[in-house]
Design a protein around this ligand. Structure first.
Ligand code: ATP
Length: 350
């Protein structure tokens, strides 16, 4: 297993800054996901890892050795890109064996390795078939088998599942993650899909505005986003404009209790309150005791297993989700009280 490290990496294309200030450790055996919106620099960063781009500054290290000047074909990394780039005129077996053939591996060894890899990606016995005769999900597995053919030190995946339809894509996320864990191969995955990142990653690198915004385990990032950009990008968020007040934050004319506030924010300072939809509870009727925030139901989306309630509260639209069996029936226009548990309220600097 191999460890990857990026130190002070920066890349500019002439006057265009693609990515900057990247310091990152990808521990041996982990799958790390670069997640962010279009144009945030995630592909550029992966191409720097692959050696397809030279950084304008900084270093790429593999097991503490500086590989920044090492050309792509000498890095021994396996790569799968969105376009797959399988050869239509070659059989499945010849596609997988291609990297072995160009490195002069003898035919008998190539055949044995192809069978081994087809077993690994759960497609045994299809070596003679044409890549044009198989489904999108199967082609995906062939591309992964080919990337693994040379027993790469790292597996680099750039939006490898984005051409698949939603259902197959979700199934392949699990399959690919299980394969990566079984092989223990250090991997980097680029995606703009936060569900994919949450499903597959040991650690997520959230990127935005050409730099890393936060690195952490998926649930830690979900629960404690570093800023409003991350909160908004990972999962669904209710983000409310608030001001710091003694014991909590002021929203509309109420004080909402919170357990923690970021250091350095004084009373009266503007901030953003994050409450996840599953932490927001909607009770029918106005709250005489005054503990809940008064709101009005705007829309109820009944999804069968869960119910999503959209409410308007002091000029903000909020979304609450609950298991259907736990949510008392509500109708649009109905007056309700909102409960925001203090431990689930995250205050972010505005
Ligand atoms: P996407 O998800 O759309 O692929 P990304 O997060 O992978 O986006 P990059 O492709 O890394 O983003 O691009 C980051 C920035 O660098 C963008 O502003 C892009 O226009 C710019 N850029 C990327 N490659 C080049 C290039 N070869 N020449 C000039 N600018 C480039």
């Amino acid at each position: 297993m191999h460890e990857l490290r990026l130190e002070g990496v920066r890349k500019a294309y002439g006057p265009v800054l693609a990515v900057t200030d990247v310091d990152l450790l990808v521990p041996a055996g982990e799958l790390v996901c670069f997640l962010g919106p279009s144009g945030c620099g995630k592909t550029t960063l992966l191409r720097i890892v692959a050696g397809l781009e030279a950084p304008s500054a900084g270093r790429v290290l593999l097991d503490e050795a500086d590989i920044t000047p090492v050309p792509t074909d000498r890095r021994q990394f396996g790569m799968v890109f969105q376009s797959l780039a399988l050869f239509g005129h070659l059989s499945i077996g010849d596609n997988i064996a291609y990297p072995l053939r160009i490195r002069g591996v003898p035919a008998a060894r190539r055949r044995a390795r192809v069978e081994e890899l087809l077993e690994l990606v759960r497609l045994p016995g299809v070596a003679e078939r044409s890549v044009t005769q198989i489904s999108g999900g199967q082609r995906q597995r062939i591309a992964i088998a080919r990337a693994l053919a040379m027993e790469p030190k790292l597996l680099l995946l750039d939006e490898p599942l984005s051409a698949l339809d939603a259902k197959l894509r979700e199934a392949m996320q699990i399959e690919l993650r299980l394969l990566q864990q079984r092989l223990g191969i250090t991997s980097v995955l680029v995606t703009h899909d936060q569900r994919e990142a949450m499903t597959m990653a040991d650690r997520i690198v959230v990127m935005g505005e050409r730099r890393i915004q936060q690195v952490g385990r998926p649930l830690d990032i979900y629960r404690n986003p570093a800023n409003t950009f991350v909160a908004d990008f990972i999962g669904t968020s209710n983000l409310l404009p608030v001001r710091l007040a003694p014991g909590g934050v002021r929203f509309a004319d109420r004080v909402v209790q919170v357990d923690r506030v970021p250091a350095g924010l004084a009373d009266g300072a503007a901030a953003t309150l994050l409450v996840r939809p599953e932490e927001l509870h909607v009770r029918p009727g106005l709250d005489a005791a005054g503990a809940g925030l008064p709101a009005r139901v705007a829309f109820v989306r009944d999804l069968g297993s869960i119910v999503e309630v959209h409410v308007d509260c002091a000029g903000s639209r909020l979304v609450a989700t609950a298991l259907r069996k736990d949510q008392p029936p509500l109708a649009p226009g109905q007056e309700v009280a909102l409960d925001l548990p203090a431990e689930a309220c995250v205050v972010l600097a505005a």
